[in-house]
Design a protein around this ligand. Structure first.
Ligand SMILES: Nc1ncnc2c1ncn2[C@@H]1O[C@H](COP(=O)(O)OP(=O)(O)OP(=O)(O)O)[C@@H](O)[C@H]1O
Ligand SMILES: [Mg+2]
Length: 587
């Protein structure tokens, strides 16, 4: 685990080293102070030597100031290193998440990824900061104070033989108890974040179904689960305090008892006894620090494990098998998609490898470049799944998907997805202006090209009515445009890529029939060479396609042109008739 995390801290190695040195030095100077004090009592006060007392008093002030300076230095170094480490870790996680395929993200859930990126990293950075301050300071204080205490009186130091092992046992017991609780604490945080995230992204649905009370209840359930787990974890941690205090005071009483006797018998100076007390406090304080460090480390080990899980997740779709091809001059280039032909060669697919049921079963399909293919089928018949395999959003479990005559694996994702443009069923616009969103399709598109794409997607009419036109600000996730307008902008964005294959997944569902027809006409005119796959619920959206696929339960139940299907496929005929009736009743 350290091997995975250390590279992100390495750029701050100097700060870490310097900070640790500072905190060690701080501890040493703090330890010298009681020694001077012992001199003041035993020599200065005993002899009534005022100038000696003043001189030694001055020395104590200087020592305290030096120790303060080192303390400040260590604080500065630890914050620089801690914050820097946190930032590096966050960036590494974020960058790695960008390489994830959908299936990787589904395995973690987005809420958990957010927690791992924020909360867990915060914990790690706090641990590093505290660790740098205490990890050296506490043992240095402990060993030095013990050494000095033994030097003052070996006899009296025997007290530690009882109290130190006792403390160790207490700490060990507490650590064993909190360790599992800390892991579950982070999981509870995930669960809470999931509720918050779902609620906020779906706030419109929540409000329209008046589900606020239900959502509140769901939130408060998870919130109290988190609270009770935290209480259990930190309850065990704070119990640490009173038990330790009990042992500390027990030790002090024992030292008073035996020390008093020694002083009485003349075997020990009063000054030495006072100094001894200071050391006991320091020993006990540093033991408390050590136990605190252990608690903190236990928690950050839980967090570190979660972060490393993300960093070690192997993206399920990579460019590893991408192939090169030679150009005319014999120079090797990554393979590019030659044309828009698509072939499914006995493809089967399931989202979860362990699932018993196949989502797609033995699909065999051949689409020529430039064809328009309509896909029809009931909800859950795996239409979206089928087309997702073309831009390799998911990987076929069995069989091969070929685009432009090559298996999709042989292209880099960049080249494949440049050539295959998909308008998703749940499409998204990002905050920013309309222009910025459209430029995702082609960053170098001219004004002319932008408007052409918008015209093809029938987005021009409403854009012209907007006072700021293309520069209208969309707000977060495109809340400022209607559902149909959003769909048209997403289509325009996909067209701008000038793809070899264009996939529209139910992308005109919120567009009226007349506009839908206009968009299809524009496609036939503007995108002659592009293979077009159109998933639609309305038969009228598909009936002029070169090939229509009727999907049913993960299989292609029937295929053919509109007239062929009307003749042979009862299912298709029924759907068509039902929809025509709907039109005649509605119209
Ligand atoms: N990410 C996913 N993980 C697991 N199962 C999924 C996932 N997405 C879809 N499924 C399952 O796969 C099946 C096919 O889903 P798909 O989205 O392809 O259907 P569809 O034909 O597009 O439906 P619709 O017309 O409603 O869009 C469904 O039974 C669904 O439960
Ligand atoms: Mg779908």
């Amino acid at each position: 685990m350290m091997k995975k995390l250390w590279p992100h801290a390495r750029p701050y190695a100097k700060w870490i080293g310097f900070g640790i040195l500072c905190s060690g030095a701080e501890a040493v100077f703090e330890l010298l102070i009681p020694l001077v004090m012992s001199d003041i009592v035993d020599i200065g006060i005993a002899n009534g030597d005022q100038s000696f007392i003043l001189r030694k008093g001055g020395l104590m002030v200087v020592l305290a100031l030096v120790s303060l300076c080192f303390g400040l230095g260590s604080a500065v170094c630890s914050s620089v290193a801690g914050q820097g480490f946190g930032a590096n870790l966050r960036r590494a996680e974020y960058d790695h998440i960008q390489t994830f395929a959908f299936s990787n993200i589904e395995r973690f859930s987005t809420a958990s990824l957010v927690t791992r990126l924020t909360n867990d990293v915060n914990n790690m950075q706090l641990s590093l900061m505290m660790g740098m301050r205490l990890l050296v300071r506490a043992p240095v204080m402990l060993v030095a104070a013990l050494f000095l205490a033994v030097r003052i009186s070996r006899q009296l130091s025997n007290v530690f033989l009882v109290s130190l092992p006792l403390l160790a046992v207490v700490v060990a017991v507490i650590l064993a108890r909190v360790n599992p609780i800390f892991r579950s604490l982070q999981e509870k945080t995930d669960a809470l974040n999931l509720v918050v995230q779902e609620n906020l992204t779906g706030i419109r649905v929540v409000k329209s179904f008046v589900r606020e009370p239900h959502e509140e209840e769901k939130f408060s359930r998870r919130n109290s689960a988190l609270k009770s787990t935290s209480e259990r974890a930190f309850g065990a941690v704070v119990i640490n305090m009173p038990i330790m205090m009990l042992i500390v005071y027990g030790t002090i009483i024992a030292v008073m008892w035996f020390g008093g006797k020694l002083v009485y018998a003349g075997a020990l100076d009063t000054g030495k006894l006072i100094t001894f007390f200071t050391y006991i406090t320091q020993i006990m304080m540093s033991l408390m620090m050590v136990s605190m460090i252990f608690m903190m480390l236990t928690r950050s080990v839980a967090c570190a494990r979660r972060i490393v899980e993300v960093l070690e997740e192997v993206p399920s779709i990579t460019d590893q098998e991408a192939q090169s091809q030679q150009d005319g001059d014999g120079i090797l280039h990554p393979a590019v998609v030659a044309d828009g032909s698509i072939r499914f060669d006995h493809v089967s697919f399931k989202y979860v490898p362990e699932a018993a049921e196949w989502i797609l079963r033995d699909i065999d399909l051949e689409i020529r470049s430039g064809q328009t293919v309509g896909i029809l089928g009931g909800t859950g018949s795996a239409k979206t799944t089928l087309v997702s395999l073309i831009p390799r959003l998911y990987e076929a479990t069995e069989g091969t998907v070929l685009v432009g005559g090559r298996p999709v694996k042989e292209y880099t994702m960049e080249h494949l997805r440049d050539a295959v443009s998909m308008v998703l069923q749940k499409n998204t616009l990002f905050s920013g202006t309309i222009r910025e969103n459209l430029l995702w399709g082609d960053p170098n598109a001219t004004e002319e090209e932008l408007w052409n794409a918008c015209r093809a997607a029938c987005a021009d009419e409403f854009l012209e009515r907007l006072p700021d036109g293309l520069d209208t600000d969309l707000g977060q996730g495109g809340v400022n445009v209607s559902g149909g307008q959003k769909q048209r902008l997403c289509i325009a964005r996909a067209i701008l890529k000038k793809p070899k294959v264009l996939i529209l997944d139910d992308s005109t569902s919120a567009v009226d029939t007349a506009t839908d027809a206009k968009i299809r006409e524009a496609f036939a005119r503007e995108l002659k060479d592009t293979t077009k796959l159109i998933i639609a619920q309305r038969v009228t959206s598909l009936c002029d396609a070169d090939l229509i696929l009727v999907m049913d339960g993960g299989r292609i139940a029937a295929r053919g042109t509109h007239s062929e299907l009307m003749e042979h496929c009862a299912l298709y005929r029924d759907v068509y008739r039902a929809q025509q009736e709907g039109v005649s009743i509605g119209g």
